[in-house]
Design a protein around this ligand. Structure first.
Ligand code: HEM
Length: 267
């Protein structure tokens, strides 16, 4: 039976679906940035640091521990900056019309990604803020891969090898957003499992599984996308485009759930 609408050509379907996913990711990431700033900025400006503990943390603000508490504060603000800067790098019209903005924002993204990761390592391994063994291994691998791909993206940009740069920069960006993917993944898992009466614990299989998937799945998905771009097969391109549309729906649903159940009630 013929379809009631005309499908766009396969390469176009692929880029439309990637753009659709990017729009859903932008909404979700900006909601995350808005939450980080709305929760942390007012008490920080007022010097009321104990108010930072008004929501659950692993360790949180500890009076007297200036080094650890200061790194936590630096970590969250740099996290907001890197999440905001990252998405701007992906907008094609910004890259084409304002290449200088792309270069400077790219440097900001890479430096903030490094600072967020190094302060994250300090909090996890020196301060001892850990949720459980599995999730600690996962976030540490995620952090190590951020350092590697930020380095590779930077090196290929300096070498003006922009094909390689695009691939490594996209991997770095997805890895930097591992913590955001984790939040929307936990929300989706919670929504799917709650009706079955399954409860999640930080050491349980679901939480640890979602932790690893929060960076492995986006990395796998972007490799499929690169292959589909190179492939001459319309079938492969339509299949990956379809998968990206499913991811867009899941991203939207997970982001909405995180905003409604996780972020908004804490403000
Ligand atoms: C580079 C991307 C990263 C971003 C955007 C990011 C973002 C955040 C945010 C927003 C928080 C505050 C969470 C909250 O209170 O709800 C946080 C906390 C934390 N992050 Fe990260 N993070 C990143 C990387 C890392 C890495 C690579 C590690 C570990 C190697 C890490 C370890 C931690 C720890 C341990 C805390 C909890 C501190 C506490 O509650 O006492 N982060 N992160």
């Amino acid at each position: 039976m013929p379809l009631p609408f005309r499908l766009p050509a396969a390469p176009r379907a692929l880029s439309y679906s990637a753009a659709t996913w990017l729009v859903t990711a932008t909404l979700g990431q900006w909601a995350f940035v808005a939450f980080i700033l709305a929760f942390h900025l007012p008490p920080t400006l007022q010097g009321d640091f104990l108010a930072l503990n008004n929501k659950p943390h692993i360790t949180g603000w500890v009076p007297g521990d200036w080094l650890g508490s200061g790194q936590l504060l630096a970590h969250v603000f740099v996290a907001a900056a890197v999440t905001f800067a990252g998405i701007i790098q992906l907008v094609p019209s910004v890259r084409q019309r304002w290449p200088a903005l792309h270069r400077w924002n790219g440097r900001l993204f890479m430096v903030t990604a490094l600072v967020a990761t190094l302060t994250g390592f300090y909090l996890t391994w020196i301060r001892g803020s850990q949720l459980g063994t599995g999730s600690t291994v996962s976030i540490s691998l995620n952090g190590a891969l951020i350092l590697i791909f930020v380095g590779l993206a930077w090196r290929s940009a300096l070498a003006r090898d922009f094909v390689t740069h695009r691939r490594h920069a996209l991997r770095a960006w997805l890895l930097v957003n591992g913590v955001w993917f984790l939040r929307i993944g936990i929300m989706l898992a919670g929504l799917a499992l709650a009706p079955l009466g399954v409860e999640m614990s930080y050491d349980g299989g679901v939480f640890v599984g979602v932790s690893f998937l929060s960076w492995l799945l986006p990395l796998g998905m972007v490799e499929l996308y690169f292959r589909a771009e190179r492939s001459g097969s319309s079938r492969v391109q339509y299949a990956v485009a379809g998968l990206l549309m499913v991811m867009a729906l899941m991203t939207l649903a997970g982001s909405l759930a995180a905003a409604v159940f996780m972020w908004w009630p804490r403000l």
